[in-house]
Design a binder for this molecule. Structure first.
Ligand code: GDP
Ligand code: MG
Length: 436
């Protein structure tokens, strides 16, 4: 056996011919899922490139179950991108001082309450909430309502308009009254402005918090990244709180923020109630972003349906340059075996939802099949003989147009070229070609 053929067969043993398509396809879907989940374009692209490199490095295509390995690679990489491990919070200090930062409406006040409640359940923690949003009486009131709800004391000075002083006084109050965690809620504006940044930076400098948390609404998507950047430049915060993950949002902001500011996401908020708080788990978020169950079944289904014997026969034909339209027809039938198009599209994260009401049926294949059926055996095995007058005859016979016949011939030509490439350089070359 020649080296080339050996290599090609080896690829096929691992269901190479279809899974190479799957690798590229899977990554395309992953990228789409990431974009759907509000991951910024650059991050999504870098991510899929990294996974592709790793896939090639591990010779995914020559393993027994390339699809599963692929899925695992994607998930692991995504988990890694979000910090890998769950990040804890620093509860050292006497008392521990935790400062909240973020835009107005991001969920700082709500999260301050949730965190106090969360810590209270640890028997050794006695939290104190501090109202440093001094501009709106309603804000101070809001924190008192929250405090009452969870049975946590709230420190406020309604007449004092200096947040730095209030925070310092609160810490003194905590020391003399046996509180060991001080959670400082601050004011936010609707957009980043210099006055707000200076104010929170001053508070930060004065009280030396063990934890400065940046609270961000997950639904703000791309904007979340810019806000995170601005706050991080001023505060060099320790961690991120991603709120409002109970909605439709998929949480891609988690990835974008992590990759831009390189700070761990520590908690997530999943509702308005005081117990709607969770420690952030990168792996679970990876599942959520990818709608992973669906990607897994898509890949598995594609693999199941591809008959290995069929593939081997095909490989022989390609090797002998005998691949023709009959084989092409065969391939289409294989694809159809995988299930209806609508089913398949439904499994693609993101796309499923968007295309739910669009009517996709298998008619897309019908035209192609009709054209091939109208070809003579010679034309099928040697497509190069198909000239202008033959094209006209085929179009007429199949109830299509010459344009459609041309289109199919072009597709076929591309497919044949790709197959030859596969033979020559193995999977790597093909993947490169497909991802240009
Ligand atoms: P602040 O201006 O940063 O203090 O934000 P608030 O804590 O006042 O929250 C703004 C709004 O978002 C309020 O209506 C909250 O009830 C709501 N909110 C906060 N966190 C969550 C969350 O995790 N899920 C949902 N659904 N709503 C939230
Ligand atoms: Mg507030």
């Amino acid at each position: 056996l020649s080296d080339k053929l050996d290599k090609a067969l080896h690829v096929l043993k691992g269901h190479g011919s279809i899974t190479e398509v799957n690798v590229a396809e899977t990554l395309k879907e992953v990228r789409r899922a990431l974009l759907d989940a509000d991951v910024n374009f650059k991050t999504a692209k870098e991510f899929t490139n990294t996974v592709k490199e790793k896939a090639l490095g591990q010779d995914v295509l020559t393993t027994l179950q390339p699809g599963q390995l692929m899925v695992k690679l994607v998930k692991d990489e995504l988990t890694q991108l979000m910090g890998g491990e769950t990040a804890g919070i620093n509860l050292s200090g006497a008392p521990t001082v935790i400062l909240m930062s973020g835009l107005q409406g991001s969920g700082k006040t709500t999260f301050s309450g949730k965190l106090a409640n969360f810590l209270k359940t640890k028997k050794t923690k006695k939290p104190l909430l501090v109202a440093c949003d001094v501009y709106r009486p309603a804000a101070i009131n809001q924190l008192h309502v929250v405090g009452d709800q969870i049975g946590v004391e709230v420190y406020s000075e309604p007449e004092n308009k200096n947040p730095v002083q209030i925070a310092q006084n609160a810490i003194e109050h905590a020391k003399t009254n046996g509180f060991n965690v001080v959670i400082v809620d601050t004011a936010g504006r609707l957009a980043i402005d210099e006055a707000m940044m200076t104010e929170i930076a001053n508070v930060h400098q004065a009280i030396h918090p063990q934890e400065t948390l940046f609270v961000v609404d997950a639904m703000t998507g791309q904007d979340a990244v810019n806000t995170a950047k601005a706050f991080n430049e001023r505060l060099n915060f320790d961690g991120v709180v991603l709120t409002k993950l109970d909605g439709d949002t998929r949480g891609g902001a988690a990835i974008s923020i992590k990759s831009v500011v390189n700070k761990p996401i520590k908690f997530i908020g999943t509702g308005e109630k005081m117990d709607a708080i969770d420690v952030f788990h990168p792996e679970r978020m990876a599942d959520r972003i990818l709608g992973m169950g669906d990607v897994v079944s898509l890949v598995e289904r594609a693999q199941e349906q591809f008959d290995e014997e069929e593939a081997r026969k095909l490989q022989k034909k390609i090797a002998k340059n005998q691949f023709g339209f009959d084989d092409f027809l065969n391939q289409i039938q294989q694809v159809k075996k995988m299930g209806s198009m609508k089913d398949l599209v439904g499994m693609i994260p993101g796309a499923g939802k968007a295309l739910k009401d669009v009517d996709i049926d298998d008619d897309a294949f019908k035209g192609i099949e009709a054209i091939i059926h109208s070809m003579t055996p010679t034309e099928r095995s040697q497509p190069s003989v198909i000239n202008g007058s033959r094209k006209k005859r085929i179009a007429k016979g199949s109830g299509t147009s010459v344009q459609q016949v041309n289109q199919l011939l072009k597709q076929f030509d591309q497919m044949s070229k790709m197959m030859k490439m596969m033979q020559g350089g193995g999977g790597r070359k093909m993947m490169q070609a497909m991802n240009k």
